[in-house]
Design a protein around this ligand. Structure first.
Ligand SMILES: [Zn+2]
Length: 93
């Protein structure tokens, strides 16, 4: 059916656009209108909705690992002293 294939093609264009901005969407970096459009699309598109859930789980997993890999007090103090000894100059040698 011509109509259906046109719809499928159009949907996959939207899916591509959504996929490109999904990280920004999840990080809350998009403006209200774009966020709303993506949210609406996620409501009707199982593929993008699954992808979104995957990204969410992935970034939650990364955050969890980052918590586990928190530097020891000793390393933290050393890093801070290196940072402060640079005076915040952009090009340390
Ligand atoms: Zn989609």
């Amino acid at each position: 059916m011509v109509k259906e294939s046109y719809f499928t093609k159009m949907m996959s264009c939207v899916c591509e656009a959504v996929a490109k901005r999904l990280y920004e969407y999840l990080d809350g970096e998009l403006n209200f209108r774009t966020r709303l459009l993506i949210r609406m699309h996620l409501g009707i598109c199982a593929r993008c909705s699954h992808r979104c859930q995957f990204y969410q789980a992935l970034s939650a997993g990364i955050r969890e690992r980052a918590e586990e890999m928190r530097p020891t007090e000793n390393l933290r103090a050393r890093l801070l002293s290196v940072i402060h000894s640079n005076d915040g100059s952009p090009d340390p040698r």
